[in-house]
Ligand binder design. Sequence first.
Ligand SMILES: [Ca+2]
Length: 448
Amino acid sequence: MSKLAYPLQLDAYPPLAGVYPLQLDVYTPPEYIPVPLPGPKPTYVLPPPMPNPSPPVNKEFRGTIKDFPGADPLKDVEVLRKAIKSKDRQAIVDLLASRSNKQRLLLLIPYKTAYGKDLIKDLNSELSGDFKKLVMAMLKSPSEFDASEMKRAIEGLGTDEDCLIEILSSRSNSEIKEMARLYKTVDEDGGASESMEDAITGDTSCNFRKLLISLAQGNRDESTNVDLSLAKKDAQALYAAGEAKWGTDESKFNAVLCGRSKNHLRAVFEEYLEMFEVDIEKSIRREMSGDLKSGMLAVVKCIKNTPAYFAEQLYKSIKACRTTLIRVMVSRSEVDMLDIRQEYLKKYHKSLAKDIKVSSLAEPMASVGGQPMKKRQAGRPKASPPPLSLNRTAHQGTTRISFSNCVAAMTKTNRNPFCRRIVKALMLHLQSAKMHARQSRCSLASEH
Ligand SMILES: [Ca+2]
């Protein structure tokens, strides 16, 4: 025993006959003889030089839903028509969730041409509940959907502040401007519609209103360069307007948080933390309250890390508010759903797809008429639901399954079903090969 103690004394081991010491010089590698390839020698052509040596780098696509390769609108509308007629909801899910927004919108005219009917109206009368809301959302362009969500948030019972905050703090200037343009035209009653700004003004108050109006201008500096000395000055100004002051100067926060570029603000937040040893989010929590606080926090979170903000929105809404769940899934599936999935896993140590699948199958906890929980508490006490016939409950059950399948599908990349079949076949093949290897190993072991 003592011989084997550290430091290891290698000579303490008895030499193995014929093995040690290794005689490396005995080994001679086989001579390498290049085998000439048949056919003429290939010629290499250098790729043409890039037209612009430094084009803006296109950020990699981080959504889950892409254009489905080779989708044929004429065939798609046929599938949809058949599915609507036979009430086959799964076929509707399979088709719509595997097409990009652009491809879905391209179905509207061929459907009308082929059947003389409006696809949206047909689906609207055929579907129900959250599934219907989801499908209706999927058949709007992103800006149209934003405008309709803003309209619902403002004109519905009470105000859905969370929706206003989410949309206005996360969209780009051009997206906000297009949404405001469409807001005026999106009017289901066909009457003249007021501007988005007037609607916000009429429905909100005080500093929260000022924050939303600032954001609704869609006028944020979108340059990418950062001026560090200005960042230091902004950080000092924010501290002076909040923590260092009796009360709070909210207008200073508005001016900086709604006007400056995102890159600049990231530098401001870093400077703020370094100079005053407190996170800007913590200062906002201490200085403000209510909707203003949640609004400012959303702006800061979106600037710091937009996918993380949406992961949090999903986590909060997954059980409580179907409207938010639908909005986030539809509006981010072609933007940054892959990043949102990662942030969700990082933050909550759970899979977003699994969480959505489980919770969307369950009875929604507080989604009544599309209003989040606090609206209902503020309003009349909830009337007890009318007794349901067995038939209706069963119908609601299948609708819920379709809803769940459809939202869950949006968390995954839409692959060609043909590719999926090949992968499945390969997996089966691998499994059987493994099983075969195991069996032969077992039989070998039993022989010995
Ligand atoms: Ca203060």
